[in-house]
Design a protein around this ligand. Structure first.
Ligand code: SF4
Length: 417
């Protein structure tokens, strides 16, 4: 059985992994219903867009490695705990039966050795599926340097697996996580993307990691630029059929190590990287196009706006005739709107009222388009830049509002830019 202390150690140690995001709330139950605890239950999105609750826990935080940036590193004087596969299984089933969770996100520090740890993870997910007949979602962390057969066997029982790349360059790995190496992280990623696990180039077999693989990079612990980070993501998306790359802002947990920054990486950088990642995956942009000359993303504007403002010579584009590839590059026109425009203009000439109906975010788009030859934006480059900065701060404030300018909020939730 789990003691409350052990459970608390293992869920708290798991909260730095953002491969599935935590609820981020610590509201206590004050006599009503429910309890949004600060860790333990997190949320993730399924293939069809449903939001599901996962128990996010480490099998152990008793690490034999000493990665400088990590709270669980061997040299850190924190309380340690290790659970058995049976303990994790009964906890998951207990929570599932009480309707607290719909799935499990299981990770671990390296206990004893990579093989020992991977075997414990394997035994846990196998037990859950075979003995406990658990059909809920399971995301399991893969352990670099573990035996390939163990990794492959684990993949038969999990929905998703992730090997974290952690730092964006081999040099930084050597410096901050000397027991890890690039090959040990990349090789299993390569293995999980082999053709034999796919029915079509896009569709995975249902009996082996149907939800694919993901990875995570820590941002700001090492000096790599956004351009370097995004090129690495581009490479992993195209070569390892990665479902998602997660970016996690560095949080200082080790003030003795002078190789590490003393302050946390700004959240806005992480936010811009997620926006840029979206542009790489769905909008046809490349990392080189969206980063600035200094190698980083513009922090003032989202990366699509920043790109458009740098290429004003390509605008305005005519909504009724511009190619789809150009429509998706207009700030305020997401992929859903661009598709609606492409279909609708086959039947009639579109005007600005049609665009509002199609939920184009005109306060951004109007400076970059004409509709039936009509331009409704502002021609002064300086004024447009200021207006776009204002629009961005209003959108950020309204992102989760269910009222007001809902299109901007909905677009933000879907990552449309
Ligand atoms: S292997 Fe490194 S990053 Fe992972 S838990 Fe251990 S110290 Fe932390």
């Amino acid at each position: 059985m789990f003691s409350e202390e052990k459970l608390s150690i293992l869920v708290n140690s798991a909260k730095f992994d953002v491969s599935c995001s935590s609820s981020g709330s610590n509201r206590k139950n004050s006599g009503g219903i429910g309890n949004a605890h600060y860790s333990g239950i997190c949320h993730s999105f399924t293939q069809d867009g449903r939001c599901i609750s996962l128990l996010k826990i480490l099998l152990s935080n008793d690490c034999v490695y000493d990665c400088a940036y990590c709270v669980n590193r061997r040299s850190n004087g924190i309380k340690r705990a290790t659970a058995t596969p049976d303990e994790i299984c009964s906890l998951v089933i207990g929570f599932y039966k009480r309707n607290y969770i719909e799935g499990l996100f299981l990770s671990s520090a390296i206990v004893k050795s990579p093989n020992w740890t991977m075997e414990q993870l394997y035994l846990t997910v196998k037990k859950l599926r075979v003995e406990y007949k658990f059909n809920g979602y399971i995301h399991v962390k893969g352990i670099p340097s573990a035996d390939k057969t163990l990794i492959e066997e684990t993949g038969k029982y999990a929905d998703r697996m992730s090997f974290n790349i952690e730092l964006p360059s081999e040099r930084s790995l050597k410096l901050l996580a000397p027991q890890k190496n690039k090959t040990a992280i990349i090789e299993p990623m390569k293995m999980l993307s082999a053709d034999k696990y796919f029915i079509t180039p896009e569709r995975r077999r249902s009996d082996f990691l149907p939800a694919g693989q993901t990875t995570q990079m820590i941002i700001g612990a090492s000096p790599e630029s956004d351009s370097h980070i995004l090129k690495l993501s581009e490479y992993m998306y195209s070569n390892y059929k990665m479902k998602r790359v997660y970016y996690s802002s560095y949080i200082p947990t080790n003030f003795e190590n002078t190789l590490l920054p003393v302050t946390a990486a700004p959240k806005i950088r992480e936010h811009r990287l997620y926006q840029a990642d979206w542009l790489l995956r769905f909008y046809g942009f490349t990392a080189d196009e969206i980063t600035e000359d200094n190698g980083n993303l513009n922090l003032e504007y989202d990366p699509k706006c920043a790109w458009a403002l740098k290429h004003l010579e390509l605008f305005p584009v005519e909504i009724n005739s511009a190619p789809y590839e150009m429509l998706v590059r207009v700030p305020g026109i997401g992929i859903r709107c661009a598709s609606r425009i492409r279909e609708a203009r086959k039947f009639c000439k579109l005007d600005f009222t049609d665009l509002i109906r199609m939920r184009v975010v005109l306060k951004r788009a109007k400076h970059f388009i004409t509709c039936g030859g009509r331009f409704m934006g502002i021609e002064s480059e300086k004024k447009v830049k200021n207006l776009l900065i204002c629009a961005e701060s209003v959108d950020s404030a309204e992102q989760l509002s269910m009222f007001g300018e809902t299109e901007a909020a909905v677009s933000a939730l879907f990552g449309e830019l």
